[in-house]
Design a protein around this ligand. Structure first.
Ligand SMILES: *Cc1c(COP(=O)(O)O)cnc(C)c1O
Length: 350
């Protein structure tokens, strides 16, 4: 199979001229900026936000480039991973014509973005083991399939998808394979980032929202070959990452030690919680997890959910989702929170 990015991109996206901002046109050093109609006096905050932010976030990307081992030209930053997901639809999927493939049960935003963009979603369920059904996937792919979303570790099941299976798709599909690695910091499985140089059809999504503890900042990353990154930059809003987010992210990325400790503790707590839950007679299965949450199958999950929320403990009810009958998804909290969860569950039905 021959991969050709230009055959995948929508004609209107190829044709369009990107918005050219004032800060785009001038990128040298200067001392007087009278080009962008900003308020030159300052802003009513202790830090100055009167200037537009760097549209390509180069300082922040340099920092990420060092941490991730990826040249900055291969990094796109979005308002959460969700922005990158939406832009991929808008660049590659012709509304009413093209389709994408997802593997339920999985992250909800792929389908939301597809519907928003009037793009057909083909669903190929994971197997009972929450792995890819390669022969069903092969049958689902057609000439108008543009994107395949692989979430690994997968939300809400928690497991990593077998690496060899992902490679089979990467090697045989001439659309884009989007691997969502939102939970990769917790996984034993390695990131696909080193494979970027090998696969021009690979897009990797990561986020600062989970292990990095910055869900409130809204900063998501896409890693891909430069031609794909160039298209993402072409269609994004010019100033999609605000100055406060850029500055705070740069500061946070210099503070890695607490992140590593939190991740380690989360993984240890996950094992502890799993053992405690398996002691409870209404808990049937705690599925293997490479993420910061566990999927738990139990007798009458809805009743357990209601019991916990009445006690002020909120978990995610996934019992209406395919392959997740009677399952709750439980995020790993602090040791104290996890202990309170277990104490509450021990009193359930007592
Ligand atoms: C939480 C999550 C994200 C993160 O999305 P942001 O928009 O970056 O907060 C992405 N993918 C999956 C599978 C997630 O669970």
């Amino acid at each position: 199979m021959e991969f050709n990015l230009d055959n995948l991109v929508r004609e209107n996206i190829k044709r369009m001229t990107a918005y050219s901002s004032a800060r785009h046109e001038y990128s040298g050093t200067a001392s007087i900026f009278l080009d962008a109609n900003e308020n030159s006096f300052g802003s009513p905050l202790s830090e100055n936000y009167n200037r537009y932010p760097d549209p390509l976030q180069l300082k922040l990307k340099e920092k990420l480039s060092n941490i991730k081992g990826v040249p900055f030209q291969n990094i796109f930053l979005g308002n959460g991973s969700d922005e990158a997901i939406d832009l991929l639809f808008r660049i590659f999927c012709e509304p009413g014509k093209d389709n994408v493939i997802i593997f339920p049960p999985t992250y909800g935003m792929y389908e939301v973005c597809a519907e928003m963009n009037n793009v057909t979603v083909k669903k190929v369920s994971l197997t009972e083991n929450f792995q890819l059904d390669l022969s069903a996937i092969e049958k689902a792919i057609d000439a108008t399939t543009k994107l395949i979303f692989v979430c690994s570790p997968n939300n809400p099941t928690g497991n990593s998808i077998n690496r060899n299976d992902i490679e089979v798709i990467l090697n045989n599909f001439d659309g884009l394979v989007v691997i969502d690695e939102a939970y990769i910091n917790y996984a034993k499985q390695k990131t696909f980032i080193p494979e970027l140089t090998e696969y021009p059809n690979l897009v990797i999504l990561q986020t600062l929202s989970k292990a990095w503890g910055l869900a409130g900042l809204r900063l998501g990353m896409a890693f891909a070959g430069q031609p794909i990154i160039d298209y993402l930059n072409k269609v994004k809003y010019p100033y999609n990452i605000n100055t406060a987010t850029q500055n705070l992210a740069i500061e946070a990325l210099s503070n890695i030690s607490s992140i590593n400790n939190w991740t380690k503790t989360t993984v240890e707590q996950k094992e502890w919680l799993k053992e405690e839950l398996l002691e409870l007679e209404f808990v049937q299965t705690v599925y293997p997890s490479d993420a910061n949450f566990i999927l738990v199958k139990m007798t009458d999950a809805k009743k357990v959910y209601n019991y916990l929320s009445a006690k002020g403990i909120i978990v995610r009810d996934r019992s209406n989702i395919i392959l997740c009958d009677d399952c709750l998804r439980i995020t790993i909290g602090t040791p104290d929170e996890n202990k309170q969860l277990v104490e509450a569950l021990k009193l359930y039905g007592a």
